[in-house]
Design a protein around this ligand. Sequence first.
Ligand SMILES: [Mg+2]
Length: 287
Amino acid sequence: MAGSQASFSKDLGVVEESRADQGVTGNSGVAECAAHKDAFLTIGESAAPPPRLDPHSAVFLDVDGTLIEIAARPELVQVPREVPMLIARVSEEREGALALISGRPLAELDRLFQPWRGAAAGLHGVERRRADGTLHCVHESAAKAALDRIRPKLATLARSDSRLIFEDKGGTVALHYRAAPEREAEIRACAEALQRDAATQLRLIVGKMVVEFQPLHVNKGLAIAAFLGEPPFLGRHPVFVGDDTTDEDGFAEIRRRGGVGVRVGPPRATAATHSLPSVAAVLAWLG
Ligand SMILES: [Mg+2]
């Protein structure tokens, strides 16, 4: 597939996960991303990243599916003891220029990676803790009102089936259906209908067995760009490692800056420049 290309399609703020890595046939392998309608995704750029992580780099890391294995439920993930130690060391070697970039809230990242507590963006960038420990949060009343309208509808859907998990993160809301994969089409159709009524405030992320609504004006690429405008990230060569749909915004930002974007998992449409096959390979590479 090397060299083949797929472009982002125009859509109502729906970001599509092809989920080729889940063994599920995607929609012709085309990933869609409203934030980058002008960008091109390439398929098959599966070259391994440079063997050594550049000591002068700024390192940005997604969490689930990148640093830790995905679990059946978000709260069931296991963080091996060596992972917080590893990120602390990689961060220290770069004067603190390492940030976790996750869809989880900051409080959860701190619980999972304790005692490490460095720079991080939570909720895809709604919450951002700078390397100096100061906090920056994006508040937008129209997006908040749209989330308030969607929240009870997703919660009601989740109550209809004990296998569905409604996750209210405050700044974003999600519905997980990993335990009910046969309901995927129905859940995605429902989420897309909700999205149509909130297209100017929210975007819908269709991830790995999850649909998630987040404010339109935040994404992982913007979070990475914000960090790169501040010390100790400023002037460093950016590296971003991620595995899922929401990471494509980050890969696009990294690509614009000539950095190293590493996608974790089998080949699929991506803006990443490199790939690694698994969480274990990421940990080995960082180490
Ligand atoms: Mg991930």
